[in-house]
Ligand binder design. Sequence first.
Ligand SMILES: Cc1cc2nc3c(=O)[nH]c(=O)nc-3n(C[C@H](O)[C@H](O)[C@H](O)COP(=O)(O)OP(=O)(O)OC[C@H]3O[C@@H](n4cnc5c(N)ncnc54)[C@H](O)[C@@H]3O)c2cc1C
Length: 457
Amino acid sequence: MSEQNFDVVVLGGGSGGYAAALRASLLGLSVGLIEKDKLGGTCLHRGCIPTKALLHSAEVADVSRESSKYGVTTSFHGIDMNAVNAYRDGIVTSKFKGLEGLVKARGITVIRGEGRLVTPTSVAVGDDVIVGKNVILATGSYSRSLPGLEISGRVITSEQALTLDYVPNRVAILGGGVIGVEFASVWKSFGTDVTIIEALPHLVPNEEESISKQFERAFRKRGINFSLGVRFAGVTQDDNGVVVTLEDGKTIEADLLLVAVGRGPATAGLGFEEVGVTIDRGFVITNERLETNIPGLYAVGDIVPGLQLAHRGFQHGIFVAEEIAGLAPMVVSDINIPKVTYSDPEVASVGLTEAKAIEKYGADKVSSYDYNLAGNGKSHIIGTAGSVKVVRVADGPVVGLHMIGARVGELIGEAQLIVNWEAYPEDVAGLVHAHPTQDEALGEAMMALAGKPLHAM
Ligand SMILES: Cc1cc2nc3c(=O)[nH]c(=O)nc-3n(C[C@H](O)[C@H](O)[C@H](O)COP(=O)(O)OP(=O)(O)OC[C@H]3O[C@@H](n4cnc5c(N)ncnc54)[C@H](O)[C@@H]3O)c2cc1C
């Protein structure tokens, strides 16, 4: 048995954990980073990066099918899943190598193995004990299922979906949230017949309702099927496929059922409760400065209740490293974290929905403007419909921005700056947006809200 001592010990090398390690090392702290699998975690190996590579292949498939619309003659011969996977894996491997190199260059000690918290300041890894003046818990999340719904055979989660070496003919997807609709989008573009089952009344149900409705129209137009407001009752499977039954008695036959009902915190059996960390339904409870009930013991990323997004994890990690170094950083608040769904069409939003803004400020204090992308030159050129909706407080700042359409994810940079900087539409209306860009839609919406619309009424 050996003991290693560090200023900071990080348990888990995903987005939250490695960001904390990188920032702490830059601040001159010695860091031990414990990882049982691969640095980069879910996002790099099983989440953001591989799914976005698949979505890019999907976009290329659609473009090649529709190219004659743009006067380009091509012929679409199909999807070679082995080649798609090789392209995707190449990106993941290259980013993984880059990350490993960066972590090494920063002088971070990576301890390979499964860690278990044994005291508020130490983690056991096999026979070794890794001691930190501060410990950061960053063990991430796993794909949840429903009670009694076993993941096996043809009933899969996003992890298995990413390892398929063929394009299924028919897929049923349980869950119309971000992961469900991104896979639906990919498979439809690859030629699969897709049906989504969502118990809530809308697809992408956490978004502004008008955006969800436009999203449903766009998916319907693409021929993606969905059942809304109806719950899953059960599934049977045999060698030929699955039969999914809904509570209204409807059945859906498919090759596979993808279960995309959310992600649970990976905290069980890791010693957290034994050490006295407050846990609620598996999540680690922290104060707003991400410190657990035990002083000096922090948690970051998906194990902290709230949005489960990689960039939130990064920001949590940076925050805690700076907090430990005594820099008193600004609290990371969930409400203004940008969210992007990378399906076709994309959805991107930041801040409050109109309904939430009214709840917070009162109906007479909130106004909004919906700019239709039909008026935006660049959107017309690339052939997308959609809109940009801005929610503002009367004589006050923009508190929410909600967008739908191809490529609108790329507009989230300006959108999040506007909301987080608490800009007034009058401030942004005076700034110049390049023509022709989709970004102009943001500028137009701001001009309209500032009472001086240009290409809008
Ligand atoms: C299909 C899919 C698509 C996604 N797409 C996006 C996207 O486009 N954009 C976005 O922002 N987010 C996306 N996410 C979410 C994103 O991946 C997570 O929010 C992010 O990875 C959370 O980071 P984390 O550090 O909290 O946890 P993780 O990335 O899960 O990392 C936790 C790490 O801890 C390690 N670990 C766990 N327990 C132990 C232990 N006991 N000892 C040692 N090591 C341990 C794990 O091996 C893992 O490497 C997606 C997720 C999925 C599943």
